[in-house]
Design a binder for this molecule. Structure first.
Ligand code: NAD
Ligand code: IPM
Ligand code: MN
Length: 389
């Protein structure tokens, strides 16, 4: 069989709860492949649980396994009030992992996986529907990684970028644009040409923003003249994302801090972070150069709903689908998982029952959602098997 090694880092609070469901979905993919696909899991810990056991949010050994012995990292979420923010906190373990793998390209898609979610958006349906963009967040530079000074009465973070860091992110944005298409539907078939890339920064105020804008403009002019590049300052982009999210259908290419804020805001457009996956890659997703990426939901460890069995596992499951697409070259399987998620959210194919977690206005448990997605997925995959026979 084709074998893929997955480092599993569930993290804290709801992290392990959603991870269980994602692993069950992967098991369905493996079983249904009848011996063609094999996932080999290495279960380790990172985050607050690692601080408790090892005194550090991520051990050197886990970092080594991530780099040398894994084809991808499936990550849950880390952090919580019991560990606070004092360095080295759980979150710093995740930052170290991103830096260690140089997973600089953080792909955060914002779309309605099912039409049935549109009425649940806090935006009017006519404004929300059709929203479909990728927020591409630079993931290894900027304010999160700059030099820090921390004293009793003074603190600073250096918000620094180098040309090559902006350039490589711009190249990923350019590679993703043709997969979106001008209609923003993400069908991968775009006769009308690649989608617009929106570059977002604060070039009016920040020196690093001026570099971001200048280098991005140069990269597109020289390497991607066929792709439309537009600029929108990050503050006004955040307003426009609420007023007219469809205008960004395509790719938003932005720096680490703005990308962090704008991706949570994109969650607000859809109405929950519970369906927001992400992929952090160390190269251009061209389907040829597979990279050891990190796959994790956009949401955090949600301590407020942990241990109640009510967290929505969809973001973690969709992150696993992104792992199949971007790190394992299993795009058809990834698409099938997304189709199963859509069917469950649509409430079709499962006896007309609406299986909705609390964040989507329902009362289904984490496990019930996982069960439904696994059931529909296995049904689709079995159907495909029979077609082939
Ligand atoms: P959060 O994303 O954990 O939660 C924000 C709100 O969204 C909460 O009300 C939560 O209940 C809800 N929510 C989030 N995910 C959900 C899901 N899958 N289903 C249903 N509801 C969901 O953000 P926060 O409360 O600001 O952060 C909590 C902790 O998580 C902090 O320690 C933070 O640093 C950490 N964090 C970690 C990651 C990560 O590991 N990748 C990302 C973001 C935040
Ligand atoms: C995210 C999170 C992380 C970040 C934290 C937990 C380190 O907010 O992935 O969006 O700031 O990147
Ligand atoms: Mn965040």
């Amino acid at each position: 069989p084709q074998t893929f090694r997955i480092l599993v880092l569930p993290g804290d609070h709801v992290g392990p709860e959603v991870m269980v469901e994602a692993l069950r979905v992967l098991d369905v993919v493996q079983t249904s492949s009848v011996g063609k696909i094999k996932f080999v899991y290495n279960h380790q810990i990172a985050g607050g649980c690692s601080i408790n056991r090892h005194g550090t949010p991520i051990t050197d050994e886990v970092l080594r396994i991530a780099k040398e012995e894994s084809d991808a990292v499936l990550f849950g979420s880390v952090g919580g009030p019991e560990w606070g923010t004092t360095y080295p906190n759980p979150e710093s373990g995740l930052l170290r992992l991103r830096q260690h793998l140089d997973a600089f390209a953080n792909i955060r898609p914002c779309t309605f996986y099912s039409r049935s979610l549109i009425p649940l958006s806090p935006l009017k349906p006519a404004i929300a529907e059709g929203t479909n963009f990728i927020l591409l967040r630079e993931n290894c530079g900027g304010a999160s990684f700059g030099q820090k000074v921390e004293e009793a009465d003074f603190a600073s973070d250096s918000w620094a970028y180098r040309r090559d860091e902006v350039e490589r992110c711009a190249r990923v944005a350019a590679a993703l644009a043709p997969t979106m298409g001008k209609d923003g539907l993400g069908t991968g078939q775009c006769p009308e040409g690649p989608a617009t890339v929106w570059s977002s920064d604060k070039a009016n105020v920040l020196a690093s923003g001026r570099l971001w804008q200048r280098v991005t403009s140069q990269a597109f002019a020289q390497e991607f003249p066929h792709i439309e590049l537009r600029h929108q300052l990050a503050d006004s982009l955040s307003m426009l994302m609420v007023k007219n999210p469809r205008m960004f259908n395509g790719v938003i290419h932005t720096d680490n801090t703005f990308g962090d804020m704008l991706s949570d805001q994109a969650g607000g457009v859809v109405g929950t972070l519970g369906v927001f996956p992400s992929a952090s890659l160390c190269g251009i997703p061209d389907g040829v150069n597979r990279c050891n990426g990190i796959y994790e939901p956009v949401h955090g460890s949600a301590p407020d709903i942990a241990r109640k069995g009510m967290v929505n596992p969809t973001a973690q499951i969709l992150s696993a689908a992104m792992m199949l697409r971007y790190s394992f070259g299993l795009a058809p399987e990834a698409t099938t998982i997304e189709a199963a998620v859509q069917k469950v959210l649509d409430g079709k194919d499962i006896g007309g029952l609406e299986i909705r977690s609390a964040d989507l206005g329902g009362c289904a448990t984490t496990k019930q959602l996982g069960d439904a997605i696994c059931m529909v997925l296995s049904r689709i995959l079995k159907g495909e098997q029979q077609e082939h026979q």
